[in-house]
Design a protein around this ligand. Structure first.
Ligand code: NAD
Length: 486
């Protein structure tokens, strides 16, 4: 059986306490590999290695030497593109067609983009007048924050992990990464790529395990980690923030969402149907930016629902390696139980099930996988848990609205504030509504159109801080002001 090991100080290492867990293929239910679980000692070794590496050659590199290494990391991922693709799709069950265009290329791009950013970023300076007339000059320099704890989720494993490791290393930090227990493989594979690219030992470390009472908690409880960057559920973010409070450590939190799509009657309906279908069902609905609430102006409501139904029913659920597949399974049986509990709750709450609502019939090979049907409801009360809580499955509720003020209030009515989409051909309305939405990201007439130089993050319960482009500098560096009296 294949083993997935921790990667500490430039070497793949066994679990010191001899603890292991199974990595399951969610498409088939089969065990893919045995994962070495990190205990407190493994995590401590990883943190110590990361601390030492800061003092070694890594800390002495010039920016251009560091960025050359990061370009080689990106090239290293691209060289092994098919291996990363295969591993990511086995761990997640996601279609190759999706991971080939998003997960793996973005995993590589995250190193290039932040290498480019760090080479070109200016720092501020201010001249100050003083009573003696000689004046003073203030200038700022940035220094790495130190050892960064990176804790990542399972929905876009390589992409979201490198989204943090890329800027962390570009800024000169070292990292200890705790990937999701559901998807450990591609993060572990990155160890080899780092080594070949010339990243010094100890700069990139990986510890596997779970959250509470396991590697995740051991990492956040470790006093020698300087800051934590986390993507995952809001509740987990709160726990990480509590641990980080000891020692006044910084956090960057990219958390859950319950995102709205707002469809005005003056939209281009073909584009709105295509975009809303993608945002509700891509990656089997397991995208933090995905749409679970759709608000449609009343005059086009029936037409919209009818077309969304046929759009959802045209999606092909099937083998991840089949190029015609649109939808893979959910990540695990446990997650499927959660999603199905909302499917049941919707019916209890009186929803009209427009399509889906259950488990699809699959070929024998996939009958033990975590499959669910893409599902659309109408008719639920705004207070139903199905409409207010993040489900993280391939589903959405569609509700009619009459005017702009009403829909802005509905969209803003939840504690989450990650993303929204607005569909309208009226440019003034697009700007007006976008500015009123209490979220970190708004797409007008699109969804998931990403420019990695822009700020990314959520407001309210969806997160703290922004990453992306120069915004990542705020978290991954300490800004120091130096005031020189003339
Ligand atoms: P999760 O919070 O269950 O787990 C995320 C990571 O945290 C995993 O590595 C897990 O092992 C670790 N963890 C869990 N408990 C911990 C603890 N007490 N201490 C330290 N680490 C702990 O999230 P998930 O189920 O893996 O991912 C799905 C969630 O992520 C959804 O809520 C989704 O919206 C969110 N998400 C947000 C974004 C964003 O950019 N805002 C992006 C992707 C996913």
């Amino acid at each position: 059986m294949k083993e997935v090991k921790n990667y500490i100080n430039g070497r793949y290492t066994n679990s010191i306490e001899d603890k292991y867990f199974n990595n399951i293929n969610p498409a088939t239910g089969e065990v893919l590999s045995i994962v070495h679980e990190a205990g407190r000692k493994d995590v401590d070794m990883a943190v110590c290695a990361a601390r030492e590496a800061l003092k070694g050659s890594w800390g002495q590199l010039t920016v251009s030497e560091r960025t050359e290494i990061l370009y080689r990391v990106a090239d290293g991922i691209n060289k092994r593109f098919d291996e990363f693709l295969e591993a990511e799709c086995l761990d997640t069950g996601k279609p190759h067609s999706l991971a080939r265009h998003i997960d793996i290329p973005r995993g590589a791009a995250n190193f290039k983009v932040f290498a480019d950013m760090i080479k070109n970023v200016p720092t501020e300076s201010f001249e100050l007048s003083t009573p003696d007339g000689a004046g003073a000059l203030n200038y700022a320099i940035r220094r790495p924050k130190g050892v960064i704890g990176v804790i990542s989720p399972w929905n876009l494993p390589l992409l979201l992990m490198t989204w943090k490791v890329g800027p962390a290393l570009a800024c000169g930090n070292t990292v200890v990464v705790k990937p999701s227990e559901e998807t450990p493989t591609t993060t572990a594979m990155l160890g080899d790529v780092m080594k070949e690219a010339g990243v010094p030992d100890g700069v990139f470390n990986v510890v596997h395990g779970f959250g509470k009472h396991s590697a995740g908690a051991f990492l956040t409880e470790h006093a020698d980690v300087d800051a934590f960057t986390f993507t995952g559920e809001t509740g987990t973010g709160e726990l990480i923030m509590q641990s980080a409070a000891r020692g006044v450590r910084d956090v960057s939190l990219e958390l859950g969402g319950k995102n709205a799509s707002i469809v005005f009657a003056d939209c281009d309906l073909d584009k709105a149907i295509e975009g809303t279908t993608r945002s509700a069902f891509s990656n089997c609905g397991q995208v933090c930016l995905g749409t679970e609430r759709v608000y449609v102006q009343r005059s086009i409501f029936n037409e919209f629902v009818k077309r969304m139904k046929s759009s959802a029913e045209s999606l092909v659920i099937g083998a991840p390696n089949d190029n015609s597949t649109n939808l893979g399974p959910l990540i695990s049986k446990k997650h499927r139980d959660k999603v199905l509990s909302y499917y049941e709750q919707a019916v209890i709450d009186g929803a009209t099930v427009i399509t889906g609502g259950g488990i699809p019939e699959m070929a024998t090979e996939y009958s033990n996988g975590s499959w669910v049907q893409p599902t659309i409801w109408t008719g639920l009360d705004d207070k139903s848990k199905v409409v207010t809580e993040e489900i993280f499955g391939p589903c959405c509720h569609i509700r009619p609205f009459d005017n702009e003020d009403e829909v802005v209030e509905l969209a803003n009515s939840l504690p989450y504030g990650l993303a929204a989409s607005v569909w309208t051909e009226n440019i003034s309305r697009a700007h007006r509504v976008s500015a009123k939405l209490e979220v970190g990201l708004v797409w007008v007439n699109s969804w998931f159109l990403r420019d990695l130089r822009t700020a990314f993050g959520g407001s309210k319960h969806s997160g703290i801080g922004r990453e992306g482009g120069v915004h990542s500098l705020e978290f991954y560096t300490e800004l120091k002001n130096i005031c020189v009296k003339m």
